[in-house]
Design a protein around this ligand. Structure first.
Ligand code: R5P
Length: 302
């Protein structure tokens, strides 16, 4: 434990600090700046030779900058020949390009995970990465943090008997988990996305009468808001009471927050894997910290 440090990358959004407090481990912050030509510069201001290094770098927007800085940081970390590198990526960008949807496309998440796998990372800890199967492309060990129990804890008491709604097939497990925690029931929708335009529509045949009950739509990520807006429209049309949404990662691209508010969505609950000043934000440092602790413990470090 004496030999372990938390290294805060260029995009931690307070999670590195949270881990340092929770695990009672020293915190080191990287130095960084943008060079006159636009390139990123990073430097670790302390010699970390022989340490267990827990590097925290989220990859929220601007994703490409934060990913490049992650690669640069891993190279700098490696130069100290540390005992172990544990990488914490609270929000892992590109996770949704997990297939070649159209000929000629990359499987972006696998490309990124393969690169990280070549950079000496022993364990990768991440929160709700869309599809766990993508991690087969990563050489090291992976620990996936489930944010739903922590997010559920933040729901107000009046939301205790809502219907949980999965906006698509991929979200069914999340909806079921949340419904079990809230001791309530759930349902789901069939959606489709136009792979060229990105437009989201509901397939024909979705049916449910919410009978005036409150609805919580649960998903992994809100990006443009198209998925949530369709689900909210469906809920509204089918006698929903108050509509709230919950997702681990709030990207909220292109005026998404305003669109959701305009659609009458009451609460938007998310986490600090991505900076956000509009929604109700839940700190995941403790649950991530427990995950990091289990990785360190398995190594015999704690
Ligand atoms: C899709 O399978 C994901 O789980 C999300 O539902 C989706 O990526 C959200 O994106 P948007 O907010 O742009 O609809």
């Amino acid at each position: 434990m004496d030999n372990t440090v938390i290294l805060s990358g260029t995009a931690s959004n307070g999670i590195a600090e949270g881990l340092s407090k929770f695990l009672k481990l020293p915190l080191i912050k990287v130095e960084n700046k943008i060079l006159p030509d636009g390139e990123s510069y990073v430097r670790i201001p302390k010699n970390l030779s022989g340490k267990n290094i827990v590097l925290v770098q989220s990859t929220y927007p601007p994703q490409d900058k934060h990913i490049i800085e992650l690669f640069l940081l891993l190279d700098a970390v490696k130069s100290f020949s540390p005992e172990t590198i544990i990488l914490v990526i609270p929000y892992l960008a590109y996770a949704r390009q997990n297939q070649r949807f159209n000929e000629g496309e990359p499987v972006s998440i696998e490309a990124i995970l393969r690169i990280i796998g070549t950079m000496g990372v022993e364990s990768l800890v991440t929160v709700e990465p869309h599809r766990a199967e993508s991690f087969e492309a990563f050489e090291g060990k992976t620990l996936i943090i489930d944010p739903i129990p922590t997010l559920a804890h933040s729901l107000s008491k009046e939301a205790k008997k809502p219907v949980v709604l999965a906006p698509d097939h991929g979200a069914i497990q999340r909806a079921e988990e949340l419904a079990v925690i809230l001791k309530t029931d759930y349902t789901y929708l069939n959606k489709e996305r136009n792979r060229k335009s990105g437009e989201v529509t509901l397939k024909k045949g979705n049916k449910y009468d919410f009978g005036g009950r409150n609805v919580i739509i649960v998903d992994d990520i809100i990006s443009t808001g198209g998925t949530i807006l369709n689900a909210a429209k469906f809920a509204r049309k089918n006698n929903a009471g108050k509509i709230s949404v919950m997702a681990a990662h709030l990207i909220m691209a292109g005026g998404c927050y305003g669109k959701l508010k305009k659609a009458g969505i009451r609460d938007i609950i998310g986490s600090n894997t991505i900076p956000n000043s509009h929604a109700k934000i839940v700190d995941l440092s403790k649950v991530i910290g427990e995950g990091v602790f289990s990785v360190l413990e398995a190594k015999g470090t704690f």
